[in-house]
Design a protein around this ligand. Structure first.
Ligand SMILES: Cc1cc2nc3c(=O)[nH]c(=O)nc-3n(C[C@H](O)[C@H](O)[C@H](O)COP(=O)(O)OP(=O)(O)OC[C@H]3O[C@@H](n4cnc5c(N)ncnc54)[C@H](O)[C@@H]3O)c2cc1C
Length: 343
């Protein structure tokens, strides 16, 4: 275990905010974590992975905990081609995707290249190209901070939804630290190619293996999203709003009045409601590529706010966020909510 006081977090968050925490503790095993005297740590305590979904709004007065629990292993195989895989919470999620693809195991290929670690994937219910973490999850194994007891949650108990989970609920948040996850992957081919332009990037309906789909997903993502190594960001900054049909009809009418009767508004069915891409609204409002001091809206994907020069202060990101929320509210009557967690 390593412990630092007054620790610089700038290399630990993909937004590259230059902030510090009072203490930084890095543990290598569940036993080391159990042995910690949580009550004696500077409060509050934040479990952190790769810091790729966080916006630090200033110095953090408490303790940041980071786990290095590694390991990927096949726990069991089933006669129908199912392969149960256990992965430590500290494994880089994309390393797990690469591991599975290299062994011909289906299930994770559409989630390739999402930054961050396995523990956070279970908290966030990460998703991309029509697949979410919950689709492959079997169990999430945790430590309960208050009692230091181990607790295993079956996937049905995790209350997974669109970037939602039991672990994010206000009454549960911070109570559990993920130690490992159990996933069900498959030797039988289960390609999911209907979302986005995977099929076009792949150039076939019949990929030879998950590695082909993984490569196509990586190509699409690299063309659209900023590389965290080069441009600070936390990925999609806002959630896509879900609105009633009548509200959507008003937005469509407004758009047709502006652009002509043939104009369409992109949308997806969301169980009787309508999901509208926040990126479309942000682009319509002219924010795509907009620079605001050291912050900017990413020129290739307006849902992403970036630390454009590398020197953005949290206040600059927050001010740009506010401008976008206000503009969308004023024009479309929709309140955008951040997907990125503000700390
Ligand atoms: C360029 C870019 C692209 C992205 N694309 C996508 C995408 O396509 N889809 C998507 O879903 N997300 C995407 N993201 C967001 C991000 O990658 C995910 O949310 C990811 O799961 C965060 O992982 P992390 O390890 O960095 O977690 P962190 O940001 O460190 O933490 C996220 C949350 O998880 C909690 N947490 C972390 N580890 C643990 C643990 N062991 N136990 C309990 N709680 C824990 C933290 O307290 C926090 O609440 C993107 C981000 C970037 C920068």
């Amino acid at each position: 275990m390593t412990v630092f006081d007054n620790y610089d977090l700038s290399a630990r968050n993909t937004f590259r905010m230059k902030v510090r925490c009072a203490r930084f503790v890095e543990y290598d095993s569940a036993e080391e974590l159990e042995a910690l005297d949580f009550g004696a740590l500077p409060q509050p305590v934040l479990a952190m992975g790769g810091g790729s979904n966080l916006l630090f709004t200033g110095d953090f007065p408490g303790t940041v905990l980071h786990g290095r629990i590694g390991g990927i292993r096949v726990a069991a195989e089933t006669p129908d081609g199912g392969v149960l895989v256990e992965a430590g919470a500290g494994v880089v999620f994309d390393d797990l995707c690469a591991w599975a693809a290299a062994r011909g195991l289906w299930g994770l290929e559409n989630l390739s290249l999402i930054p961050g670690e396995v523990g956070a994937a279970a908290v966030q219910n990460i998703g991309a190209y029509g697949v979410e973490f919950k689709d492959v999850a079997v169990e999430v194994r945790c430590l309960e901070v208050a009692t230091c007891a181990r607790r295993t949650f079956r996937v049905e108990e995790c209350a997974y939804g669109y970037r939602e989970s039991l672990f994010k609920r206000p009454e549960v948040k911070g109570r559990y630290i993920v130690l490992s996850v159990l996933l069900r992957l498959s030797r039988a081919a289960t390609p999911r190619l209907d979302y986005g332009n995977i099929r076009a990037a792949l150039g076939t309906d019949a990929p030879a293996g998950p590695a082909d789909v993984r490569e196509a997903v990586i190509r699409i993502r690299n063309a659209k999203l900023p590389d965290p190594a080069e441009k600070g960001s936390a990925g999609s900054f806002f959630k896509n709003p879900v609105i009633p049909q009548e509200h959507f009809a008003r937005i469509e009418a407004l758009t047709r009045a502006e652009l002509g009767p043939e104009a369409t508004v992109p949308h997806y069915d969301a169980g009787g409601m309508v999901k509208v891409p926040a990126a479309w609204m942000i682009e319509r409002l002219g924010f795509k590529g907009l620079k605001a001091g050291n912050a900017a809206v990413w020129e290739k994907q307006p849902l992403v706010l970036v630390n454009d020069t590398g020197a953005a202060a949290p206040e600059e990101i927050l001010a740009l966020e506010r401008r976008i929320i206000d503009a969308v509210q004023e024009k479309y009557g929709i309140e955008l909510h951040p997907e990125v967690e503000h700390i």
